[in-house]
Design a protein around this ligand. Structure first.
Ligand SMILES: *Cc1c(COP(=O)(O)O)cnc(C)c1O
Length: 360
């Protein structure tokens, strides 16, 4: 039986050639490929700086250390997100405050407003599944209360809001190049984008032992560097990212047509361009549908079955939060196969099997 995976990593002859070239160059860490990748990412995103690190989690950890908020301050974020979204907040000695999402699966701006307190210092909107959060309202809330906005762009590289790519709407933004993401590097990788040169310098120094020059260490840092082979892979993918994201949007349009009358398909907020890192539907009898699709060789996923506010690592430390809509969604959401190499026929096959499930 033919199987259709949930996602597949992009690969090309150019990538294979470039990897060998870098091996021959003899430079492996934070060399010319990394510098060029940082420059090209900043240009692509429209920020003055991009600082690479070995993952989103590392980069945003360094970012929160560099921002140096008072311990015990609060950062607002959605609970319906990948668990790593919350980790840098906790590691920086800050308290997460969980906010509901709305039916675009991004931060609900009304609940956000309700949960701001005198201890709030920041908001971490997550552009979940590739759709920009309501950045106009997030920024309005942040400005009114004097909060810093850190975008979680791990799933949304290239997505646009008000015609501009996400990553330049707040103080800084985190990106991930983990293998399933829209831009990948054959392994872990990530970084932050910012227009604040001082902040970029502090993050860059922290990722490399707090160094300011080869043998001078101004502060205690970490080894959270990036490497040349993966930067070369990322540069190849960045060149084709617009095409890859366009194909994801085409697939989403096709799914939307073919799935009418079966499951709830994703909606795009007016004024944004979604890049469909994941194609997530809401389904009646979700678990049975998932088994039905599996029996036809179709791999699906649930992003996420346990929201962050229900994870033991969080409840043990911060207690319980009440987020009924988020809890409800986790029982309904299902991610269908989505990657640029998925053919129209395969999309049609997946949709047929969804339809056959509901026809019984
Ligand atoms: C993947 C992901 C992360 C973590 O990225 P890593 O590069 O794996 O550290 C953070 N937030 C979201 C929303 C993600 O999807």
């Amino acid at each position: 039986m033919k199987t259709i995976p949930l996602s597949r990593v992009y690969d090309s002859d150019e990538i294979r050639r470039r990897v060998v070239e870098v091996i021959d160059s003899g430079q492996f860490i934070l060399g010319p490929e990394c510098k060029l990748f940082e420059k090209e990412l900043a240009e692509y995103l429209g920020t003055s700086r991009f600082v690479l690190s070995n993952s989103w989690t590392s980069a945003v950890h360094l970012l929160f250390l560099a921002l140096d908020f008072p311990r015990g301050s609060e950062v607002l974020l959605p609970s319906l997100t990948a668990f790593p979204s919350v980790e840098p907040i906790c590691h920086a000695g800050l308290n997460p405050v969980f906010v509901e999402v709305d039916d675009t699966y991004c931060l609900d701006p009304d609940d956000l407003e309700r949960k701001v307190t005198s201890r709030s210092v920041g908001i971490l909107p997550v552009h979940l599944y590739g759709q920009p959060a309501d950045l106009a309202r997030v920024r309005e809330c942040a400005d009114r209360h004097g909060l810093v906005v850190i975008e979680d762009c791990a799933q949304a590289i290239g997505a646009r809001c008000e015609g501009r790519r996400v990553g330049s709407f707040g103080k800084a933004a985190g990106f991930s190049f983990y293998p399933s993401k829209n831009l990948t590097v054959c392994g872990d990788g990530g970084g932050i984008a910012t227009d604040d040169d001082g902040l970029a310098e502090r993050v860059a120094s922290l990722r490399d032992h707090g160094r300011s020059s080869k043998y001078l260490n101004d502060r205690l840092g970490f080894n959270m560097r990036f490497n040349e082979i993966q930067a070369a892979v990322g540069r190849c993918q960045l060149k084709v990212l617009e095409d890859l994201n366009r194909r994801r949007r085409e697939i989403a349009r096709l799914y939307g047509e073919l799935l009418q009358g079966t499951v709830v398909t994703p909606t795009e907020r007016p004024g944004v361009e979604h890049v469909y890192h994941l194609y997530v539907v809401r389904a009646d009898r979700r678990d049975e549908l998932q088994l039905h699709l599996r029996s036809h060789g179709i791999q699906t996923g649930i992003h996420y079955p346990i929201p962050v506010h229900r994870q033991p690592a969080i409840t043990d430390r911060f207690g319980e939060s009440r987020l009924p809509f988020t809890d409800q969604l986790t029982g309904q959401i299902l991610s269908l196969p989505m990657y640029p190499g998925l053919s129209d026929d395969e999309v049609d096959f997946v949709a047929q099997k969804v339809r056959s499930f509901y026809r019984g």
